[in-house]
Ligand binder design. Structure first.
Ligand SMILES: *Cc1c(COP(=O)(O)O)cnc(C)c1O
Length: 490
């Protein structure tokens, strides 16, 4: 390598530096971007809640094809318009107060600020050495959640991308703790109702546990797990020489919002030495309310628990949480070291997320949760959650007054199942028509489910913005459309 080679490199570096300089916008560009984004944000808040909660017209999505990645830059204002048309205005609007389908959440504004800050500073939240503050902040949040559910100091947990990954992390931990492996897999029994979220089944398969025996425990007339049946099954399986390994309870099922009898299951799993996992992705944060504390009482008896801050704390999508009572078990399943990470070893005062989850480098999720909780304090969260419980009951009682509808059981939480009455051979068809009719009205969005072969409509109140007026609109639409549908079919 001679002097002229060095010259060539230096000249090339100057040239490349100039071309790549635009990756770092200057103060004026940053100010312009922020102004554009501010306008976009305000426009969203001002207009989007008046737009349909569901837009079935997907034609504007094609616009994205008109903007292929290219060598030259495009202006932000043009791009924001594309996003508005192709993304914001198509499909579901989960931020809307009228979103009453699936399990919503809403999306808190301060979380956006937290994400923005996390992205600007790009702090490394995976290991304590890299950013002790970010790691400590996440652990403070984990310890706060652990405390809510009566878990001890020795518990550990992780902020995941959502409930699915959080459940997977818990199931992998249970698998390793109970030494379930290829040699004993087919003797192991996992117990749940058929109303567990499908991500549980997915996690079992991804965790290599598909060959375990899955026992579906019967449900009572509130769609809750029948604890007596659970105890019978475990005892019978033991007698038959099988290994009862794990019970998965739901603290709020997705179908009906049913709360399995957590305390009774707790006594059974303790007595039988079975790992007790609770999927509280939907229902967990109701523990912030007085009533919720009562019905989630047995949650402290579990070995692992999942909650979804992007549901019950109204965060934007992208945050679930898992806590494991025996923190050591979580570490044992996820801790790794590597030569190139030797500098990160030391006297860590906090457990690192990388040692507690499948992830290494990850989004600094703590800030999007910590900021809104700090900015508002806990009080408004408790109030909003209690309000969601009451709105569901209000809807339930109002619908009971109509002779056009029948309801499922009194809601345990904020999901209500109901359907319009019809002649038996038309009931499924008519109710599917009714969902479509509500969805195409557009003011509110509801979804449906199938329980034991029958179509039921669901109300799921979980957007913090949803108030009584939204529920009244739904009631009005339901009564009106049900009348039309039953006139047509009689
Ligand atoms: C939403 C939900 C899940 C899945 O969580 P994601 O955050 O969507 O991955 C699991 N279990 C229950 C009960 C849920 O409501």
């Amino acid at each position: 390598m001679g002097k002229s080679d060095l010259n060539i490199i230096e000249n090339k570096l100057l040239e490349l530096g100039e071309i790549s300089a635009s990756l770092e916008p200057g103060p004026d560009d940053r100010a312009d971007y922020m102004n554009s984004l501010k306008k976009y944000t305000e426009d969203f808040y001002l207009n989007s809640f008046d737009e349909p909660t569901y837009n079935p017209d997907f034609s504007s999505v094609a616009k994205l094809e008109e903007y292929p990645l290219q060598e030259n830059p495009r202006p932000l204002n043009v791009l924001l318009e594309v996003v508005k048309d192709s993304v914001d205005r198509t499909g579901l609007n989960p931020a809307s107060p009228g979103h009453l389908g699936y399990i919503p959440g809403g999306g808190l504004f301060p979380s956006a600020l937290g994400d923005f800050m996390a992205d600007i500073t790009n702090r490394y939240a995976g290991v304590y050495f890299a950013n002790p503050g970010a790691v400590k902040m996440e652990n403070i949040l984990i310890r706060w959640m652990a405390g809510l559910f009566g878990y001890p100091e020795t518990s550990a947990g992780n902020l995941a991308s959502g409930g699915s990954i959080a459940n997977l992390t818990a199931i992998v931990t249970a698998r390793d703790y109970h030494n379930v492996n290829s040699k004993n897999l087919t003797d192991q029994v996992i117990y749940m109702t058929d109303h567990v979220h499908h991500c549980i089944d997915k996690a079992i398969r991804i965790a290599g546990l598909a060959e375990c025996i899955t026992r579906f425990i019967s449900r009572d007339d509130h769609y809750r797990m029948n604890a007596d049946h659970l105890a019978e099954c475990i005892i019978k399986d033991k007698e038959d020489g099988l290994q009862p390994f794990m019970v998965i309870a739901s603290a709020g099922t997705t179908d009906t919002g049913a709360m399995d009898p957590l305390e009774e299951i707790g006594y059974i799993t303790k007595a039988q030495g079975v790992w007790y996992h609770i999927d509280a992705a939907y229902g967990g944060f109701f523990i912030l309310t007085e009533e919720g504390r009562e019905i989630l009482k047995g949650s402290s008896m579990s070995d692992s628990l999942v909650v979804d801050p992007h549901k019950g704390l109204f965060l934007p999508y992208g945050t679930g949480a898992v806590i494991i009572k025996n923190g050591r078990a979580l570490i044992n399943s996820h801790y790794y070291q590597a030569n190139y990470m030797q500098d990160t070893e030391g006297s860590d005062e906090e457990l690192s997320p990388a040692s507690l989850s499948p992830e290494l480098t990850k989004h600094f999720r703590g800030l999007r949760m910590w900021l809104p909780l700090q900015l508002s304090g806990l009080q408004p969260f408790r109030a909003a959650l209690e309000e969601k419980l009451l709105l569901a009951r209000y809807f339930f009682l109002k619908l009971k007054e109509s002779n056009l509808f029948e309801t499922g059981p009194y809601p345990d939480l904020s999901v209500v199942i109901y359907r319009m009455k019809s002649h038996h051979d038309q009931i499924n068809e008519n109710n599917l028509k009714l969902v479509k009719a509500v969805q195409s009205d557009g003011r509110v969005f509801i979804s449906s489910t199938k329980i034991d072969g029958e179509v039921w409509l669901r109300l799921a109140v979980m957007v913090f913005r949803t108030k009584k007026d939204t529920i009244d609109i739904l009631l009005e639409i339901l009564l009106d459309r049900a009348m039309t549908i039953s006139d047509q079919s009689s």
